[in-house]
Write a protein that binds this ligand. Structure first.
Ligand code: CBF
Length: 755
């Protein structure tokens, strides 16, 4: 018995029933902290350090209670006191430590690593304001700092600190830690976040997210991915990255020595997984520490490092395969620049004349992925198709010289957060039908026995309806947005990027708007929901947000259409919003341009929660289709081979598609007078011009097929029982996409940790 009332009395001199949500949250936070602080860490000679610029961990209360086995008891006690966990969680601030899929993947991985009892911590930075808090003004994206540290948090301040020697000054770090309990494990790992005591939020200019980029001591951990459109921004990113990895490397070496390493055998004690290229400086930093602090000669230091570091690539987009001018690295940390030059010389000697695998190119630009591949022992992609593209196209020159280093690790999601905590009714439905073994092994295939069980299907349908109610209440309570609770909920939530093709869905909305105006009324009203942030320097992405917001307002104000079609853009989309949206969704939009989405993990979350997917042949969509069967999913569009060929031959012409009879009026509508009443002409014209003349990510190429598939989907939704049957088949086949499976594969093939 937890006796929350006794705790409440001791802390606030009041019973639970008289406490505010914030006070109850504090009581529960302290309870969980007390328990996890007392739990032993996972053990093992070899330890994993998962270094990532982002950890999009979301709120932790429910997840931690669940993993500790306290969820049901706490929920019951709260209920008996007239409240609920959902209400209490409203008082928890979501940590601003990540933004995209890579950050959320890292968070799922921490949960799975701990659940499998493996000895592995996450290492990153303790950003004070994350990327930014998004809000909309005049149908445009605006920004404010996403403050979270002024609320009670899960951070424990440790007494661990390291000196980080930049070229012009040395900074002392402070390490904060968040406990990561595994599900039913009785042990913990940690998320270790480095920070600087001197960071000063006061330097942020009032009403913006701008600050003096040169004031490193005061700005270093203010924001995730600070604007790098100028040189000072570049330098700040390098300062951040080096600060992160220098701390991580010092921590890993110190702990290895404590576990018995004599440094020469470091690889028996430490494995470092780097999440995309942001932590790549850990390679030269390890070499620096091994040579200058631990007295190891350069050749051996390189060899040790090579046996310690493994690299995951999360995208083929050039913008994320980082490159830095050597001179910038030199300015921030000259010693690291010198080591990179030495590493480059070795590559040159080993592969003379092979410019494609060089670390430093002719313009003295350093290619971070090249460092990671040459001087790491493993490189993996994050879905089968993505890994094939890496091997055969993007990184083919490397694959030719190091085929043995390449492998695929298809991403996964933790079912603890994305089903058990965020969709408790569905979770109970599954327990009632197939028992609870899936909590451990994620195998849901026994559900297939209920494919034709009408009672089960009606139950499943009712759960979806309840989740739609909960979403409607949430949107109303938090934003005053009213949606039709019985409408089809059709969702595209992810970063805003041209390759993800939110603009293609916007063009479909224009199509549907005109259809309804022409009297083709949908049998069931449709609610299309977007969520996601655009990088502040990414103009076209911000124009796409603007188009969607303008369309939303236009439709809202059109009495002929508004009862049947609603477009919602959820501001400041984050994990907490996803936890409402995903359980409520009927349709999952996974419509990226084939070959461009490395994997996607939202696609897996929707599938697990019973949405049906509209998909292109991209990323992990391909594997989802294999698992559910093509009759239970809606594929469309060009194949990845066709798209890769079009790029290779420079053969895509947007004008050809623009001129098609069904497409032209949709694109022209972007610059129509009707829409201008809600839009900013400069933004809409720029987007129109871009789509008609450039359309680099080919929104028009699949548009006609997309319209047809969407019409088919909406019409098939009308057979609710059959729809729900296919929804059940999706849930039943989601087991492969458990992050536990992914982590088992990483461990078997790359990390080799014991448990
Ligand atoms: O692998 C995790 C995710 O990473 C990204 O979000 C990324 O930031 N590179 C990719 O875009 C996703 O496809 C991928 O699922």
């Amino acid at each position: 018995m937890l006796n929350l009332n006794e705790r409440a009395q001791a802390q606030f001199e009041k019973p639970i029933s008289e406490l505010s949500n914030a006070e109850i949250y504090k009581v529960l936070l302290d309870l969980v902290q007390e328990k996890t602080n007392a739990m032993p860490a996972n053990q093992g000679k070899r330890k994993l350090y998962y270094i990532s610029a982002e950890f999009l961990i979301g709120k932790l209360l429910s997840n931690n209670l669940l993993n500790l086995g306290l969820y049901d008891e706490v929920a019951a006690e709260l209920k008996a006191n007239g409240t609920s966990l959902a209400e209490v969680e409203e008082a928890e601030a979501e940590p601003s430590l990540g933004n995209g899929g890579l950050g959320r993947l890292a968070a799922c991985f921490l949960d799975s690593i701990a659940t499998l009892g493996l000895n592995g911590d996450g290492v990153g930075l303790n950003y004070h304001f994350g990327l930014f808090r998004q809000y909309f003004e005049n149908n445009e994206q605006s920004y404010e700092p996403d403050e979270w540290l002024d609320h009670p948090t899960w951070l424990n301040k440790s007494d661990i600190s390291y000196q980080v020697p930049f070229g012009k000054f040395t900074l002392n770090s402070t390490l904060y830690e968040i406990n990561v309990p595994g599900y039913n494990q009785g042990t913990i790992n940690k998320l270790r976040l480095f920070d600087l005591d001197s960071v000063n939020p006061e330097i942020i200019e009032e009403g913006s997210i701008d600050f003096d980029k040169t004031d490193i001591k005061e700005n270093l951990t203010l924001f995730l991915y600070p604007d790098d459109s100028d040189r000072n921004g570049n330098l700040l990113r390098i300062y951040q990255q080096y600060f992160m990895v220098s701390n991580a490397a010092q921590l890993a070496i110190q702990e290895a020595i404590e576990r018995g390493s004599n440094i020469h055998d470091l690889a028996d004690y430490v494995v470092i997984q780097i999440n995309d290229t942001h932590p790549t400086f850990v390679i030269p930093e390890l070499i620096r520490l091994l040579t200058t602090v631990h007295g190891i000669d350069f050749d051996e230091a390189v060899e040790i490092t090579q046996n310690v570091v493994a690299f995951t690539n999360h995208t083929i987009l050039a913008e994320a395969l980082e490159k830095w001018p050597l001179s910038d690295i030199h300015e921030v940390v000259p010693e690291i620049a010198e080591i990179i030059v030495a590493l480059d010389e070795r590559v040159d000697a080993a592969f003379p004349g092979n410019a494609a695998v060089a670390i430093i190119d002719k313009r003295d630009t350093v290619h971070m992925a090249s460092i990671a591949i040459h001087y790491g022992f493993s490189i993996n992609g994050v879905a089968a198709l993505h890994t094939e593209i890496l091997k055969n196209n993007e990184l083919n020159h490397f694959y030719e010289i190091y085929p043995e280093k390449f492998s695929n690790k298809t991403n996964g999601i933790t079912f603890r957060r994305w089903l058990m905590a965020s969709n408790p009714e569905l979770s109970q439905f599954i327990d009632d039908r197939i028992g609870t073994r899936w909590h451990e092994d994620a195998d849901l295939t026994d559900l297939l026995a209920f494919e034709n069980d009408e009672e089960a299907l009606l139950d499943l349908l009712r759960i979806k309806e309840n989740n739609k109610e909960a979403l409607a209440d949430h949107l109303h309570r938090t934003r005053g947005i009213v949606i039709d609770r019985h409408s089809i909920i059709d969702v595209q939530i992810k970063r805003i990027h041209e390759y993800k093709r939110q603009q293609m869905l916007a063009l479909y909305i224009i199509y549907k708007y005109h259809q309804i105006k022409a009297g083709h009324i949908p049998a069931t009203p449709i609610t299309i929901i977007f969520g996601g942030k655009a990088a502040p320097a990414y103009t076209i992405a911000k124009d796409i947000i603007h188009l969607i917001l303008a369309l939303s307002e236009l439709i809202e104000n059109d009495l002929d259409v508004a009862p049947y079609l609603k477009v919602v853009f959820v501001d400041n989309y984050n994990v907490s919003e996803a936890e409402y949206l995903i359980p409520a969704a009927n349709i999952s939009e996974q419509i990226s341009l084939a070959s461009k989405e490395a994997s996607g993990t939202g696609n897996m979350k929707f599938m697990l929660n019973g949405a049906l997917t509209i998909m292109t042949w991209d990323g992990a969509n391909v594997e989802i289709a294999e698992h559910v069967g093509e009759e239970n999913i809606y594929p469309f569009g060009k194949s990845s081979e066709e798209i890769v060929d079009l790029y290779a031959n420079n053969a895509y012409d947007p004008q050809y598609y623009y001129k098609q009879e069904r497409i032209k009026p949709l694109v022209d509508f972007i610059i129509s007078d009707e829409l201008a009443a809600y839009g900013i002409p400069e933004r809409l014209h720029r987007l129109y011009k871009d789509i008609t003349n450039k359309d680099y990510f080919m929104a028009l190429i699949d548009l006609e097929e997309f319209i047809d598939v969407k019409e088919k989907v909406y019409s098939e939704y009308e057979d609710r029982l059959d729809w729900t049957r296919r929804s059940l088949i999706n849930i039943a086949n989601a087991g492969f996409f458990s992050a536990d499976r992914t982590i088992e594969e990483y461990n078997k093939d790359i990390w080799h940790l014991e448990n």
